[in-house]
Write a protein that binds this ligand. Sequence first.
Ligand code: CTP
Ligand code: MG
Length: 394
Amino acid sequence: MEQFKQAARILRTLRENGFEAYFVGGSVRDYLLQRPIGDIDIATAALPEEVMRLFPKHVPVGLQHGTVVVLQEGIPYEVTTFRTEAGYEDFRRPSEVVFVRSLTEDLKRRDFTMNAIAMREDGTIVDPFCGRQALERRLIETVGQADERFQEDALRMMRGIRFVSTLDFTLCPRTETAIRTHRHLLQHIAVERMAVEFTKLLLGPAVSQALQLLVQTKLHEHLPLLEQKGEELLEAAGHNWAGIQTETEAWALIIWMAKADAEDVCRQWKLPNRRLKEILEVLRVLQQRLNQPLSAYLLYQAGEETAMMAERLLAAVKGTAPDAESIRRLYKQLPMHSRQDMQVTGRDILSWSDKPAGPWVADCLAAAEREIVSGSLVNEKERIKGWLKQCNLL
Ligand SMILES: Nc1ccn([C@@H]2O[C@H](COP(=O)(O)OP(=O)(O)OP(=O)(O)O)[C@@H](O)[C@H]2O)c(=O)n1
Ligand SMILES: [Mg+2]
């Protein structure tokens, strides 16, 4: 409630100036579920110009949609004028919004009843679509006709299944049927928006149910590179995802299970390059770990964090318990953690030999590095020199 108290000042200012204003959306839902709340969204009868006039510290981020970001003590709040959406085009978010002065009109065009609850600053609730009842029953049901809601914004179908995963709720049968019927509309949705929902889905506590639902509703037929992976997704649903912690692990696991190409997946889903790099790295370590125990050298190369991620993936794939503690211990005990820790440089090696500079220097460094990390060579200048000589590498 502490977060709402801060934001309540915005509601009060609006109300004192004659405009209705409420907390709405995910923060109210999560508050009622006693879950940690994310961003606080505010809906008001005030028009964007009126909001901007009342709050000098603002950012006009989405004026065409009626949204003004109001900054208060450095925290941004999205303040959106009550609106209903007219002129839907291409089953995406509307190109045109119509501002209305009634809260109910606004709530009526929201996706699910649990997301269509409004709260005043004193904690009283306005809930014309019985969202609280849905929360009690742990049910995801659309506001009004599911067909209309999904035609307005087809991403809502993904959101529905994402909430199954993150909240461990059930889709009400009408909503599930409507997803099956309208699944093809997903093709109109920008892949970036789908990726946001899919990532949240993969990281939710009920990811197995959600993956099964994706296949049952055939919504997976419209997910890039997973269109024909129903069997694999169902198999993935059978694994234990409980240990999976990061976005990289989640994507790596689904790519692994779908026997898909990581680069293709990241390109088609427009995931950032940084993510692809991490996925490739963690899959490489996983591949090795499937056949061999974690060696000091593999741990050194991978780094602690990647090795940890691979360990959790291995646990999910094999159904074993991840052993974070021994990895942490092994990592601490490594004789060195990076090239910088090595007691010789390329310059040293050159000075010990008559040979001209060339790729052989890097080979020497790499060979000594592997030997040190594996514990068979002490990381001291003279020892390293002796070892290189002994191996005829100088
Ligand atoms: N396609 C969408 C997206 C959002 N909303 C409405 O806008 C609110 C805020 O949207 P958003 O922040 O994207 O989702 P949340 O429901 O808040 O979920 P999260 O907790 O993940 O932010 C939702 O609760 C819902 O009322 C909607 O009706 N249709
Ligand atoms: Mg939100």
